[in-house]
Design a protein around this ligand. Structure first.
Ligand code: ADP
Ligand code: MG
Length: 365
């Protein structure tokens, strides 16, 4: 039974084409795990933050023969996908194998590198596929004293509706229901849970889910940057000699873009979006603020977990039974100053949250 704070990492990406074309300046600088952001209109106005990790992925890279982003020179400062995984992914895997729940959240404005860090693109595999590779490797290497089962689910929350990304039959009006049980906490009723035996199987399901997400968004004339994507990996380990079963849930969350959202649809859509699309993200912010207050000893009567679908599903990850890591992603550009500053503030609050993670262990039935 250990108290531990949410671990927070920040990562700054290279300029994109739009920023290069606009002749953008980089306003982010990093020294070890601290980060400084500079107001582009007032160079005296700087703010520094300290996190558990700060990843410089802005410059000093080159691409190898496979197209993988790597540091320009060995030992260079560019933080590639491997080094991010070493710090954040390995720990999550360790925790899960010990029987703890673990959660990894990516927060940041659209285009700042959330999906790149979590899923990755092409040969630049992100945290989730790397985690799966290592998970199945660990299972293969340690088969004598335990039997392992892995289950995979993938969903999105859009407009407070929960959509199963692995099931065609999920386009039910209103989405799937989030229910609560004493033992289990909140869960999605009827969510497809697929047993997996290889990382390749998981990767195929992730591709399927990502395709469903994109098509659904196009179909609804919506923007997938406004939905939250959640992957749940359940790991069950049965130790036959000791007659003990350990069970851990790994939540992997690619959050909706954190920017203040402007709607493009009809008046009715706008109204709905105003109340619902942001509801999960706003509530997440409120939950994080309340928990940050709790951590500094303020009296807080109510943590508003129940106010949104996302915070219900992440209840144990936030202030509960989970080891939690947040990666906050940033654009380096002066034109994104306000958004980047707000991301850093959000991340700073998240850092204060304290969880109480316990090993989920019970006698094998
Ligand atoms: P988000 O999911 O936050 O909307 P993406 O992850 O899709 O943003 O990133 C936007 C673009 O920036 C993508 O083309 C991606 O390849 C690129 N990118 C993001 N982070 C990095 C990084 N650390 N190194 C190199 N390219 C990156
Ligand atoms: Mg994305």
């Amino acid at each position: 039974h250990s108290k531990d704070c949410v671990k927070v990492a920040v990562r700054v990406r290279p300029f994109n084409k739009r920023e290069r074309d606009a002749g953008s300046r980089c306003i982010i600088s990093m020294v070890s795990s601290s980060i400084t952001i500079q107001d582009p209109r007032d160079s005296q106005n700087r703010r520094s933050f300290c996190f558990d990790y700060a990843y410089w992925s802005h410059s000093g890279f080159t691409r190898d023969h496979r197209g993988v982003y790597v540091p320009e020179e060995p030992g260079g400062r560019y933080a590639d996908q491997d080094s991010v995984f070493q710090d954040l992914g390995e720990g999550i895997l360790e925790n899960a194998l010990q029987g703890y729940n673990a959660t990894l959240l990516a927060y940041g404005q659209t285009g700042s590198g959330k999906s790149y860090s979590m899923m990755g693109y092409g040969p630049n595999k992100g945290l989730i596929p790397k985690l799966c590779d290592r998970l199945f490797q660990a299972i293969r290497e340690n088969q004598e004293n335990r039997q392992c089962q892995v289950f995979f689910s993938m969903l999105e929350i859009y407009n407070e509706q929960v959509v199963d990304l692995l099931s065609r039959a999920s386009r039910t009006p209103g989405g799937l229901r989030v229910r609560e049980e004493q033992q289990r906490g909140f869960y999605v009723e009827g969510l497809r849970t697929v047993p997996c035996e290889t990382a390749a199987q998981v990767e195929q399901l992730m591709e399927q889910g990502t395709r469903t997400r994109t098509t659904a968004a196009t179909h609804m004339n919506a923007n997938s940057s406004r939905s939250h994507m959640l992957i749940i990996l359940q790991l069950k380990q049965i130790f036959s000699k000791e007659s003990i079963t350990k069970q851990s849930n790994i939540n992997l969350v690619d959050l909706a873009g954190s920017e203040r959202q402007r709607s493009s649809g009809s008046e009715a859509d706008r109204l709905k979006e105003g109340t619902a699309i942001n509801l999960s993200l706003t509530t997440l912010g409120n939950v994080i603020s309340s928990l940050a207050d709790v951590a500094v000893g303020k009296k807080v009567v109510h943590i508003p977990y129940r106010d949104s679908a996302l915070t219900k599903l992440l209840q144990s990850a936030l202030g509960g039974n989970s080891r939690t890591v947040m990666i906050a992603t940033l654009s380096p550009a002066d034109i994104c100053y306000e958004e980047s500053l707000s991301t850093l503030r959000y991340a700073e609050r998240a850092k204060r949250i304290q969880n109480r993670a316990v090993v989920n262990e019970s006698p094998t039935e």
